[in-house]
Design a protein around this ligand. Structure first.
Ligand code: SRM
Ligand code: SF4
Length: 579
């Protein structure tokens, strides 16, 4: 078989109708340039106008304003205090100490929140960068070998890789694949370099194919890819469009099982939207990874719904055309046949905190960073601590997909001083409960324009209360995977939690129960539109039953299903009903 990425117009598989406005703006954008360059010079507004508001996303930025002060500014007849959030591209989450020094300084000097925010997709965000400083931000990143290309918008996003610090050779190879896949699927337009780095434009002719993989209209919707090393599903495969599950023999990578079509977002009240687990297409040897990645992306590019953005992601395309049809098209385009899936098992998610020694003899320290927010708090100078570590650290840092950070590759002689710095600055504190370490929230207020309820700012206090409840119910050292997202877009991956709280309105959440430790199933709606008092009283009652009735070692999510508290949802996502 030979590979063939050319577009196949199969009318049956293309959704007819008036295309979404985003399709027009991508088509008219001159390969993501728009008029961003001119807009940057316009100081009458702190924001970006018309299509540029969307187009800057493909350069890794979102226009935002601080929602805490929005009403006050409106009263004063001022425009919202526009600024941008930047999300860096960091395949596999690896960042060098020298790079850290640069981003630390930029966060201090040019962001209004002064923080570095680690995300659920292994990278960092700056919040609150004003228009006059945006170009400098990209140039600063570029000067240390970083960029923010394609971390947002209708493209393939930052490629994740399991942060496995122990099996160094396997991790290294998986990480290299994550980097190669990221590069392979990146937009090829020079728009980013021209706008932010002042690169001269090289004129092209009509015959030149600028975007051989993404196409001139890019993808119908965002697209997410991972490389995962079982047994740790720390990157949550089922949140992603395309996953390469590393299959190894004797510690050596031989290939990947390919899982396609995961995604978590939904819209309250719209039953055509739902979370969905990815389907296993089968095994490929590793040399086919790039062709298969391109084949999945181009199939989604050509068959994805460009009429209704709410149903545009790969998960909906697969449900519409059928898994077998989608898979056969991927095989045809890649010139590869999937063989039977190799066996593997995910047993857990999340990070293991503290020191571990890798098989290469190096030491790795995983730090718990609550909500991924690196900032100097009262009594916990996390940002200064990270800066001090970066000044002396000779290895690298690895951001995890759970908003935490690994100080990786520490020699035996540097262990003591690094641990001392981490303790001095509150980056290690012995009193953090297992429950806190198993809890996660998305950003939400004040920066996220889509937030319906608090998440990051709400989580610490919520966990205080849950800790008290668990202790009362004899579960002090136990934990429940608890995740909060401020709206049903699901950035904190509540739809893969044992208890997922999904924002419905101020102080109100839908409560979902029943994912498992490995993250192999989506939880089910249990209570709708509940406030904190109701959430806590439910957690009290449910955890008391779990404590009294659980089988030996039975996790909370498994218990609620066995006890009939909620039904199990595994594969039938078209039957996933929500309010
Ligand atoms: Fe997300 C939009 C933050 C991971 C699904 N997400 C947003 C925006 C940019 C709001 C917006 O569109 O204006 C949020 C910015 C908040 C802020 O102020 O920083 C936002 N998403 C985040 C982050 C920072 C949450 C965090 O606390 O870490 C994560 C950044 C990831 C990264 O580094 O790339 C983040 N977002 C996710 C995930 C989880 C994942 O991928 O593992 C999901 C669910 C998985 C999925 O895609 O199905 C997710 N975000 C969304 C969606 C819904 C997409 C959809 O399919 O409909 C939106 C809204 C949209 O795209 O229209 C969204
Ligand atoms: Fe914002 Fe909603 Fe994502 Fe939270 S889940 S960051 S509220 S878009």
């Amino acid at each position: 078989m030979s590979n063939d990425f050319t577009k196949v117009e199969n009318p049956v598989l293309i959704v007819e109708g008036k295309q979404a406005d985003n399709e027009r703006l991508k088509a008219e954008s001159d390969y993501l340039r728009g008029t961003i360059k001119d807009d940057l010079q316009d100081r009458m507004t702190g924001g970006f106008t018309s299509d540029n508001f969307q187009l800057i996303r493909t350069h890794g930025m979102y226009q935002q304003d601080d929602r805490d002060i929005r009403a006050e500014r409106q009263k004063q007849k001022l425009e919202p205090l526009h600024n941008v959030m930047l999300r860096a591209r960091l395949p596999g989450g690896i960042i060098k100490p020298t790079q850290w020094l640069a981003i630390d300084k930029f966060a201090d000097d040019y962001t209004s929140y002064g923080s570095i925010r680690l995300t659920t997709r292994q990278t960092f965000q700056f919040h609150g960068v004003l228009k006059p400083n945006i170009k400098l931000m990209h140039q600063t990143l570029h000067s240390v070998g970083l960029d923010s290309i394609a971390t947002a918008g209708d493209v393939n996003r930052n490629v994740l890789c399991t942060s496995n610090p122990v099996e160094s050779a396997l991790h290294q190879e998986a990480y290299e694949w994550a980097t190669k896949i990221s590069e392979h699927l990146l937009p090829k337009t020079r728009a980013y370099a021209e706008i932010w780095l002042d690169e001269e434009r090289v004129e092209t002719t009509e015959e030149d194919v600028i975007e051989p993989i993404l196409g001139s209209n890019y993808l119908p919707r965002k697209f997410k890819t991972t490389v995962v090393i079982p047994p740790n599903n720390d990157i949550d495969v089922h949140a992603n469009d395309l996953n390469f599950v590393a299959i190894s023999e004797g510690g050596e990578l031989i290939g990947f099982n390919v899982l396609v079509g995961g995604g978590l977002a939904m819209t309250h009240g719209d039953k055509s939207t739902y979370p969905r687990c990815a389907d296993d297409f089968g095994f490929i040897t590793k040399e086919h990874a790039l062709d298969v990645a391109a084949a999945v992306v181009t199939t989604q590019r050509d068959w994805g719904n460009r009429v209704n953005r709410k149903n545009a992601k790969t998960k909906y395309t697969i449900d519409r055309v059928g898994v077998d049809t989608f898979k056969a098209e991927v095989e045809r385009r890649a010139g590869v046949e999937f063989s039977e899936s190799r066996s593997y098992e995910f047993t857990h998610r999340g990070d293991s905190f503290g020191w571990v020694e890798g098989i290469d003899g190096k030491n790795h320290l995983t730090l718990f960073i609550e909500n991924g927010r690196i900032l100097d708090f009262d009594g916990k100078s996390l940002k200064t601590g990270m800066l001090e570590i970066a000044k002396i650290h000779k290895g690298d840092f690895r951001l995890t997909a759970n908003q935490n950070l690994i100080v990786a590759g520490v020699s035996a002689e540097d262990k003591t001083v690094i641990e001392q710095l981490a303790r001095e600055h509150g980056l290690i504190s012995d009193g953090v409960s297992n429950q806190r370490k198993s809890s996660m929230a998305c950003v939400a207020f004040p920066t996220c324009p889509l937030a319906m309820a608090e998440a990051e700012r709400y989580l610490p206090g919520l966990v205080d209360n849950v800790e008290t409840i668990l202790e009362k119910n004899g579960l002090k050292d136990d934990s429940i995977i608890l995740r909060v997202t401020g709206c049903p877009n699901g950035c904190g991956r509540a739809m893969l939690a044992e208890i997922g709280l999904v924002g419905k309105g101020p102080g109100k959440y839908n409560m979902y129960l029943g994912s498992d430790l490995a993250g192999s199933r989506v939880p089910k709606l249990y209570k709708e539109n509940v406030d904190e008092a109701a959430v806590l009283s439910e957690i009290d009652a449910l955890s008391a039953r779990w404590s009294a009735e659980r089988n030996d070692g039975e996790a909370f999510g498994d218990f609620v299903i066995r006890a009939g508290i909620v039904e199990q949802v595994i594969v039938s996502f078209r039957d996933f009903h929500h309010a």
